[in-house]
Ligand binder design. Structure first.
Ligand code: COI
Length: 351
C-alpha cells in the first residue's frame, strides 16, 4: 500500500478567494499531490501546501518539452457529496500521453488514490455555486538536469486544484485556420502534451486580433476538413445528426466528447464520427442544414458557437434555443455531474 506523507498548510487560504466571482484558473486550493520518479520507480509521494518548487535552468522539460497534463472537474452535490466526472478516463488518457512522450506511466494508486486523498483534504474548496466546480490539474514533467535530447531519467507528477467558474462566458466567434496546423498524422496531437498548446498560441492570437475567440483547426494535409478547436473538440448538428471528427493521431480523445456522443446515441440521435469538410460546414450553415455548432471539453463543457469565419466571411449560426441538442446535453451532463439523475452509465466517482 502506498504511503503518502502529509504536510498540512499552517493556515488555509480559502478566505482569500471570492467564490462568488471565480475566474477560471486563477485561484489554487491549499494543497497539491507531488510524486517523484527516479531510479526506475515512483517514490516519495506527498501532499503538501500548494506553492513554488525550485528547479535548475537545465531541467530538461523546459527545453525539450516532455510535459503532459490532464483536466477533470469535481462537483458538490446538494447532499454535500464530492463527485468527480469520469476521472478513470483521464487517468487512462494521461498514461497514453506518457507512453507517446517517452515518460513513465503513473500507477493507479498514485493518480486515483492520491487524488482521492487530496480531494478529501481540500474538499472545502469544491464550490457549491451553480456553474462552478473544482478543476483538477494532474501533470508530469521531466526533471533531469542535462543538455541533450533524450528521455529524462527523473520526473515529477503533481496534482493541484483550482476552484473555477466558466471557461468561456459567451457564445463563441471562431475562425477556420487554413495556414497553421495543430497536428499531423504520426504526430502527438492525440496526446495532451504541453507543446500542442504552445503551438496554438500564435495562430489563436492572430484570430483574437481579428475579433475571434478561438480557431478551428483543419487537417494538415489539405486544410479542407474540420479537426478540433485546441481547447475542446468540435461538434455540429447537420440535418439532425450529430457530426464530429473521428479520433486518431490528430484529435484529442475528449472525455466530454465521448460522453456527449454516448448520450446522443442513448437518446436515439444519429451520430456520425466522420470527416466534415469546411465546404460542407459553411454551405450547410447557409442552407440551414447545419443548425448547431459547439465545442465540448472539460474546461469548456459545452461551448456554443455563434459565428464561424472562413476566407474572410462570417457565417452566423441560428441563435441557441433551449430545445437545441447542445442545450439539452449540457443540462443532462450537469445533472449527471451533480448527482441529480441516476448515474446509469457509472460516470460518477464519489470521493
Ligand atoms: C480542459 O478542457 O480541461 C483542458 O485541458 C483544456 C485547457 C485549455 C484548459
Amino acid at each position: 500500500m502506498m504511503q503518502i506523507e502529509i504536510k498540512r498548510i499552517a493556515q488555509s487560504r480559502i478566505n482569500e478567494v471570492d467564490f462568488d466571482h471565480l475566474v477560471f484558473g486563477r485561484s489554487f486550493a491549499d494543497h497539491m499531490l507531488v510524486a517523484d520518479y527516479a531510479d526506475g520507480a515512483w517514490q516519495k509521494v506527498s501532499i503538501q501546501p500548494y506553492g513554488p518548487l525550485t528547479y535548475q535552468p537545465a531541467m530538461m522539460s523546459l527545453h525539450y518539452g516532455q510535459a503532459i497534463f490532464e483536466g477533470m472537474k469535481a462537483y458538490r452535490s446538494k447532499q454535500d457529496e464530492i463527485l468527480v466526472f469520469r476521472p478513470e478516463e483521464n487517468f487512462k488518457r494521461f498514461n497514453k500521453s506518457a507512453v507517446r512522450m517517452c515518460m513513465p506511466e503513473v500507477p493507479e494508486e498514485i493518480f486515483m488514490g492520491g487524488l482521492r486523498q487530496l480531494l478529501q483534504m481540500d474538499k472545502a474548496w469544491v464550490p457549491a455555486k451553480e456553474g462552478c466546480s473544482l478543476y483538477i490539474r494532474p501533470f508530469m514533467f521531466s526533471t533531469d538536469e542535462y543538455v541533450g535530447v533524450s528521455p529524462s531519467n527523473t520526473y515529477k507528477f503533481i496534482i493541484f486544484l483550482c476552484p473555477v467558474g466558466s471557461y468561456y462566458a459567451k457564445p463563441l466567434r471562431v475562425r477556420v485556420e487554413t495556414e497553421y496546423i495543430r497536428a499531423a498524422k504520426g504526430g502527438v496531437g492525440f496526446s495532451k502534451n504541453a507543446g500542442n498548446y504552445g503551438g496554438s498560441l500564435f495562430p489563436t492570437q492572430e484570430a483574437n486580433k481579428a475579433g475571434y475567440d478561438q480557431i478551428i483547426w483543419t487537417d494538415a494535409a489539405t486544410h479542407q476538413y474540420v479537426e478540433e478547436a485546441g481547447t475542446m473538440n468540435l461538434m455540429f448538428v447537420v440535418n439532425g445528426a450529430l457530426v464530429t471528427a473521428p479520433t486518431g493521431d490528430t484529435i484529442l480523445d475528449g472525455v466530454t466528447r465521448k460522453s456527449v456522443l454516448q448520450i446522443a446515441k442513448d437518446w436515439g440521435m444519429k451520430v456520425e464520427e466522420r470527416p466534415l469538410s469546411v465546404k460542407e460546414l459553411v454551405e450547410g450553415i447557409q442552407s440551414g442544414a447545419v443548425t448547431e455548432a459547439f465545442g465540448a471539453g472539460t474546461a469548456a463543457v459545452i461551448a456554443p458557437i455563434q459565428v464561424i469565419a472562413f476566407e474572410g466571411k462570417d457565417y452566423e449560426l441560428p441563435a441557441r434555443k433551449e430545445s437545441d441538442f447542445s442545450s439539452k446535453v449540457f443540462h443532462e451532463i450537469n445533472h449527471i455531474r451533480l448527482g441529480e439523475v441516476a448515474d446509469t452509465r457509472q460516470w460518477i466517482w464519489k470521493v
